[in-house]
Design a protein. Structure first.
Length: 327
């Protein structure tokens, strides 16, 4: 319907900007808090518009119809390989039926073939893989277009200073959301509670890998993590943010449109055996981590529910584990 007839979205600005009275601003450095609050709602409104209209509104799937005809030119070149495409959706197949759902252990089997597209999602869970990837695609579109002057002009940001400030804060909002996303992961079930947040965590890791974002850890006198601040390099964001997000968007778009991830749906018996062994090995490594996380989550039994407020203590416990594993 979207491809043939189009669609429309309604943005409820009062809902987007709704906040609880006295709500704490977490994971933003104190010296940036005032400016962040001044730009948060404005930047997020532009982000949501691009996400919904141009993110979810794009991404035509290459589909074979029941009569054998196809909705694409068979000579189309795959920009990732430089060769004609070799896979597409057959009659009756859909994005969800071919690409997912995928477990994190199954995902590890093909993550090596994804090269730079692994972006850290498998460090948490891929239980909602199809939805998370689609949300990541839409969010990537929004960041890719963060410096688009036509879009910013429509929303009333006319000067270069205004446009730069808004673009920077769009990236900062995403970086903070990537840290906040850890509160939606439930170690008891091994599942991530929200596809949008899982996607934002993946984007944060991508931005960190490419020198645009970072997470600064605040430690107490005993060296324990007591806080974390999402950071964005303003100069790098404005200079190469579009190119960096374009690379991620290209990877996601091509793989989803031309079904480059279809292997994840049905691993072979050999792959299943490998996954089982990998899962057993990982179980041993996770035992200590889960004990730490469970202690943190006892203070917040509703973890993973969208309506629940952020729990900084839970996130800091997660960050401590992530940092320990990285070191």
């Amino acid at each position: 319907m979207r491809e043939n007839d189009g669609f429309k979205n309604v943005s409820l600005s009062n809902i987007l900007s709704a906040k609880a009275a006295g709500e704490e601003l977490t994971f933003i450095a104190p010296d940036e808090a005032k400016e962040y609050r001044a730009w948060e709602d404005k930047a997020f409104e532009v982000q949501v518009a691009s996400h919904e209209l141009l993110g979810h509104g794009s991404g035509k799937l290459f589909q074979e119809r029941a009569d054998g005809s196809r909705n694409f030119d068979e000579k189309t070149i795959n920009p990732l390989t430089g060769k004609p495409i070799t896979s597409w959706y057959r009659p009756g197949e859909s994005y969800g039926s071919r690409i997912g759902p995928v477990s994190s252990s199954s995902a590890s089997l093909f993550s090596s073939s994804l090269s730079t597209w692994s972006f850290g999602l498998s460090t948490l869970t891929l239980s909602s893989f199809p939805l998370a990837v689609e949300e990541m695609r839409a969010e990537s579109v929004a960041l890719y277009l963060a410096t688009n002057k036509q879009i910013l002009d429509i929303f009333g940001f006319k000067t270069q200073q205004q446009q730069d400030d808004l673009a920077y804060h769009m990236y900062l909002i995403m970086a903070r959301a990537g840290v906040l996303a850890l509160t939606f992961f439930d170690p008891a079930t091994g599942k991530h509670g929200q596809a949008h947040m899982e996607a934002r965590h993946g984007i944060l890791r991508w931005l960190v890998q490419h020198g645009i974002a970072s997470v600064d850890f605040v430690r107490d006198g005993d060296g324990r993590i007591v806080d974390a601040h999402a950071k964005v390099d303003r100069e790098a964001c404005l200079a190469k943010g579009k190119d960096v997000m374009g690379k991620l968007l290209l990877e996601i778009q091509v793989r989803c449109v031309a079904l480059s991830l279809s292997r994840a749906r049905r691993p072979s018996a050999t792959e299943a055996d490998l996954a089982a062994r990998a899962s057993q090995e990982e179980h041993g490594r996770r035992s200590r981590r889960d004990q730490v996380l469970q202690g943190a989550h006892q203070a917040r039994p509703a973890l993973g529910r969208r309506a629940a407020p952020a729990c900084p203590r839970c996130v800091r416990a997660l960050l401590a584990v992530v940092l320990a594993r990285r070191d």
